[in-house]
Structures are given as C-alpha cells and as structure tokens.
Design a binder for this molecule. Structure first.
Ligand code: SAH
Length: 349
C-alpha cells in the first residue's frame, strides 16, 4: 500500500524520505509543499528532482479532496462544501465568516455511529473514519477556494472525533505545527458527545485546544432520550471528565446545549443544569435545534430560548445563543450530504 504522505508528521516524513534513499532535508521541502503551499500533485514540487518525483509517485499517494458542490448563503456568506473522497464517499465542511476571522467546521468521519436522535449525520450509520490528510484537506481546499487565511477550526461536522482518536491527534499535530499551516491550538475546538476515556486521554496531552461537550440535557434521564451514548457514560461521569480537562489544561470547557421545544427547555432544566455544572469554569452555548425531516423535534420559540439564557445568566453562568449561520442553505449537519446521496441513488435507480 502506498504511504498517505499528507498524514505523516515531519519526523515520519524524514524517515520515509531516507528509506527512499534521499537526504533528510528533502522532507522539510516536501512538507512545505504539502502543508504550506498545499499542492495537489507531486509534479508541482519544483525543487524536487524528476527522478525523486517519480519515486514518490510510486511509493506515496497525495490525498486531495475534490470539490463536488458549494452553496453560499446570501444572508451571511456562509459556504457549505461537499467534498468527494478517493473511494467515492462524500463529506461536508462549512466556512463561517466572522469579524474575527474565517472559521472552518470539518467532518471527522464519513457518517457517524453515535445515533443522537436529532442529528442528520448519524441516520445512515458510520461508513469509515477520515484520515488525518482528509481532515486537513478540507481546510486547505477551503482556504484556497476563498484565497484567505483560515484562522479557526472546529471539529464539529459529521462524525465523532473521539471515535477516530488516533487520526484526530495526528490531525491536531499537523494543523498546529509551526512548519505547516500553523493554526494556534487555542483556535481549534474539538466537539464530542462525551466519550469519557478519550476525553481524559486528551486532557493528559495538555494541549491548549478547546473541548466542547455536547451536553443537550440537564439530567441523565433526559440525556438518554436524546443521546444513546449516555447508556455508556453517565452524565456525571461526563461532567467529571470536563472538570478533569479544565484541571489539566486550564482551558474553559464549552457545553453545547441544543434546545428542543418541550423536551429540555423548562425551568426545571435550568435548575438541574445549574446544579450539574456548578463551580465548573465553563461556557454554555445554546443552539435552537435545527429540525430535520426524519424527526419530529422542534426548536423552541425565540422568547423561550432568550428566557432560558437569561435564567442561566442569573445563576452566574456564561452563556451565548449560537448565531444561526447559513439558514438559507441546507441547514443542519449532514443534510447536504444526505440530499446529495439521495440524488445519486435516484440517478442509479
Ligand atoms: N460528534 C460530535 C461533533 C459533531 S456534532 C459531537 O457530538 O459533539 C456537532 C454539534 O451539533 C453537536 O453538539 C451536536 O449535538 C449538534 N447537532 C447535531 N444535529 C443538530 C441539530 N439538528 N440541531 C442542533 N444541533 C445539532
């Protein structure tokens, strides 16, 4: 099997180059072509000899995503991308433009096996993990497409990053490497549904990335109704893992809370939520649930959302309501991919 050269860190790439009989300094040149200039073929590496380019083509593959579809929001300039992988699978990524810079939301898996009840990405289950190169290239392609620097990355697209842990760690290393795109760890957020052992392992790496937990409920009982993963990790265990993350890294944890009308938006939820996260240095991000046609969940009235926010604030909790971006383009996570796959099926039938 050919080496996935864009997934190698500089040390591994150096070893690879040496095995192929070249001087170690070539590795740094190639690394620059891959991660700074972001070329899509070995031929573009003009300071590498023709003979070595030929050898690289034999021994390595250069993973590059193909842009299948782009949708742009007329409201806020949000762009949704559908990328094709070499094996024919497709994944989604999103570019959000903020005053403080460009933020890209990437997928970490093709599909997902976590089964959260309100999420479109998990409806057809997990197909496969994404490789580090495939995670990186979502950012590289979008940066090239808009011709601007990407300053923030959130791993909040399709997939559960902690279910693809080794590749996630390699991705983080490559993305934040000063020899590569050099995105600051502080500008990277990884969102999880709460895989406790992996959260602890990540904490022990003492990175400066932000951990976001998809909490979505104030009690174990309610969380179970929305997220099957709660069968495996009890809500207090998950919150303890967040505390541990803060203790190890000093980084404030983000709780994502998708408000579902009549399910988790009551005064009792406010009370239970406050008790649950008491004393934790955190930030709560309220997301009115984005309805998907396969489910009956509805988002609460904006007045309910606002009241929920105010009540949390009264209890001294940092809270924001997530600004909805790209409302006019295939909304919730995984919907663009799902629509596209539906069309492909239609075409084949
Ligand atoms: N698997 C990871 C990251 C991907 S999901 C996780 O669970 O955190 C990114 C975020 O979007 C999660 O908080 C997820 O629960 C939320 N989400 C998914 N579908 C949604 C929907 N229809 N409406 C609102 N939030 C949704």
């Amino acid at each position: 099997m050919k080496a996935d050269i864009k997934s190698l860190d500089l040390r591994e790439l150096t070893a690879f180059v040496e095995i192929l009989g070249e001087k170690p300094f070539r590795a740094k040149q190639i690394y620059q072509w891959l991660h700074v200039k972001q070329v899509s073929s070995f031929e573009e590496m003009t300071n590498i000899s023709k003979a070595f380019v030929e050898k690289l083509k034999e021994e390595a593959e250069l993973v590059t995503l193909s842009m299948e579809e782009v949708q742009e929001s007329k409201i806020d300039g949000t762009r949704k991308y559908l990328f094709g992988l070499e094996d024919g699978n497709v994944i989604e990524s999103v570019l959000m433009r903020y005053k403080h810079g460009n933020s890209v939301c990437i997928s970490s898996q093709v599909g997902c096996r976590m089964g959260c009840r309100f999420c479109a990405s998990t409806l057809d289950g997990l197909v496969r993990n994404l490789r580090p190169s495939e995670m990186l290239d979502q950012i590289y392609q979008i940066g090239k497409d808009i011709g601007e620097r990407i300053s923030n990355v959130v791993v909040m697209g399709t997939g559960e990053p902690m279910d693809n842990f080794e590749n996630l760690l390699k991705f983080i290393e490559l993305l934040t490497d000063e020899n590569g795109l050099n995105i600051s760890q502080r500008n990277l957020t990884v969102s999880t549904c709460g895989i406790v052992p992996r959260m602890k392992e990540l904490a022990e790496k003492k990175l400066q990335i932000t951990l976001a937990l998809s909490l979505h409920a104030s009690t174990q009982e309610k969380r179970l109704q929305l997220m099957p993963v709660a069968n495996k990790y009890e809500i207090h265990e998950v919150i303890d893992a967040c505390r541990y993350y803060f203790e190890k890294t000093g980084r404030r944890v983000t709780f994502e809370y998708s408000l579902v009308g009549g399910v988790n938006d009551t005064d009792t939820d406010v009370k239970n939520l406050c008790a649950l996260i008491e004393g934790l240095n955190c930030h709560v991000n309220l997301i009115p649930v984005n309805p998907i046609k396969e489910r009956t969940f509805v988002s609460p009235d904006s007045s309910v959302t606002l009241a929920f926010k105010n009540k949390l604030e009264k209890n001294g909790i940092n809270v924001t309501i997530r600004r909805e971006m790209g409302r006019d383009i295939d909304g919730a996570c995984g919907q663009l991919r799902k629509r596209y796959m539906g069309q492909q099926k239609g075409r084949l039938a």
